[in-house]
Design a protein around this ligand. Structure first.
Ligand code: F0G
Length: 422
């Protein structure tokens, strides 16, 4: 395995053997997994769509030559991916787009895109002979890691900012049996702590600083292109928090381009919450990403001020001639109401994609006739409290544009009819 992979620092380009237990370079930079050019054709990848082999049935391992050359016995799969790419005319009309499609990553086994990175992360943990795994999380990473660890027989520890993650996600971590440590602090504090804990205790770290997580998440882009018969869209739009996902997307697409499997890159647009916007600031003002202290947004999944993968993220944005936009919580929740009402809903952070697109179309950055794919990163039921709060208009500082208030009725026919039609 180590012959095929190298870990390469994105900052100083130092190289390390892939089997060395490390997540960052001695210079502090994050690491990329470098592969030897795989021998695979698009026709071979397409043929696997009709296969009954469990690895071919995974929307990650179907692309295994482009992900990781791991032996089958180490692979932990649910299977993940195979999420739908939806045409949603009501949302496209609202945004003023002719060709919009939304890839729903909330349809993964634990309800978010994290499963794509966790299948590779836990598989490598097994390959390395690790017995314990840990992550800091705004909720989805911990839900996913807890489930995959349970499948793999690994002991999971999750570190979450107390009171700052949605209940759907907390309940998953508890249900799948993770030892759940609620930190009196924010995600950035939990992230710093979990790295110290893993270093001291020899626990395998499964945040997206782990380069093998990124390798699995590349498959979102591969699957979008396969869904589109390998025709490259003009834009792929997604939310940004710790910035692992957009880094993975651009890395995978750049690798496809280098292999000659596609002929150009889509432009990538990353959308941040205005209260947690260090990438947006760096992109618009130039220079490195400077952490935002006390990041604050109701889209708790992306309430992150000190993103780990910022260097990889900027690299991908530059290579793809991409852009970064920011949106307020009000914009996110109104966009969410429009999306949810189409019948294909998603959690708040995912709806930053839709809210950001709205702004990019109005600004003329994204043109009406361009082919746009948006990524919805998590399931609507991850955060039911915010949905009810929005529709009942009980969220402080939010003035809902599209509320759907529940009505109450006496238990009697005429009253019910009145409540229905009134
Ligand atoms: N959308 C959702 C639903 C998320 O859970 C996350 C990140 C993101 C978007 C942003 O992705 O961090 O790769 O830029 N959630 C992490 C977690 C941080 O702990 O679950 P990113």
């Amino acid at each position: 395995m180590s012959e095929d992979w190298t870990l390469r620092c994105v900052r100083c380009e130092a190289g390390y053997p892939a089997l060395e237990l490390r997540y960052t370079c001695t210079c502090g930079g994050t690491l990329d997994v470098e592969h030897r050019a795989p021998d695979i054709t698009l026709a071979q990848l397409d043929a696997r769509l009709a296969s009954k082999d469990p690895l071919d049935r995974s929307g990650v391992w179907r692309f295994r030559e482009l992900i990781l050359p791991l032996a089958r016995e180490h692979i932990v799969t649910m299977p993940e991916g195979n999420t739908n790419l939806y045409d949603l005319p009501p949302v496209a009309d609202w945004l003023g787009l002719d060709r919009l499609q939304l890839k729903h990553e909330g349809e993964n086994p634990t309800g978010s895109f994290k499963d794509r990175g966790m299948t590779t992360g836990t598989s490598v943990a097994k390959r390395l002979g690790m017995t314990e795994v840990a992550c800091a999380s705004t909720g989805n990473t911990s839900a996913s890691m807890a489930a995959y660890a349970a499948r793999a027989g690994l002991r999971p520890y999750v570190f979450i900012p107390e009171g700052k993650i949605a209940y759907g996600k907390l309940s998953q971590a508890l249900a799948y049996g993770a030892r759940t440590v609620q930190i009196a602090g924010d995600f950035d504090a939990a992230m710093a702590l979990v790295q110290d804990v893993c270093r001291r205790e020899g626990i395998y770290l499964l945040n997206s600083v782990n380069p093998f997580r990124i390798e699995g998440q590349k498959a979102i882009g591969f699957e979008i292109l396969q869904d589109l018969d390998w025709q490259v869209p003009d834009w792929i739009v997604l939310p940004g928090g710790n910035l692992g996902n957009n880094s993975a997307l651009s890395k995978g697409l750049m690798e496809l381009l280098a292999l000659g499997l596609i002929d150009r890159l889509p432009r990538i647009a990353v959308i941040q919450a205005a209260g947690a916007n260090p990438l947006y600031t760096a992109w618009t003002e130039g220079g490195d990403v400077v952490p935002v202290r006390g990041a604050k947004t109701r889209a708790t999944a992306i309430q992150i001020g000190d993103p780990i993968s910022w260097r990889k993220s900027l690299r991908g944005l530059r290579a793809s001639h991409g852009t970064v936009e920011q949106v307020t919580d009000g914009e996110i929740l109104d966009a969410k109401a429009r999306l949810d009402r189409s019948g294909v809903g998603a959690e708040p952070a995912s709806c930053a994609t839709v809210a950001g697109l709205k702004k990019l179309v109005v600004a003329g950055v994204v043109k009406r006739d361009e082919h746009v794919v948006g990524i919805l990163t998590g399931h609507l039921l991850k955060d039911p409290d915010i949905v009810v709060g929005y529709h009942k208009n009980t969220l402080d500082g939010i003035d809902p544009a599209y509320p759907n208030r529940p009505v109450s009725s006496e238990s009697e026919l005429e009253a019910v009819l009145e409540a229905m039609r009134g």
